[in-house]
Design a protein. Sequence first.
Length: 134
Amino acid sequence: MKDSPYRVVIYGSGGWSHGFLTEKNDFLWPDRETDMVRLRQVDEGREEEWKTMTLAEVEDSGQQELLNGVCVAGAMNELKQKSEVLEYLETYIFNSGKCLAVYRPQHRDYLELVGCETTPHLNPPLQGGRLGWG
């Protein structure tokens, strides 16, 4: 993406922990505690910590669909972009927490890095890769 002449949107979709995948909660409700850890990581721009997650941890928390977001977070980390949490919905009814976050271009250097014009009226910047679950 750094060397591409094209504008790109990356989108990752999926719920966070799912009750029906969380054995430690008898498959009845999501792993809210681990969801809160992930939410703090996204909110504080610490998605790089996801590199250390093991598949066993992901499966234990029922967060298999979070792996879609891990790919987006990795790409945005490469581009030095920071996340902004737009909304988080914690729920038992739908059996999975939902987070909507976006990576917006942070500065002029980013636009130059991806080869965009920096004159907004001629070539408005991208909204960045979107990291959304749910």
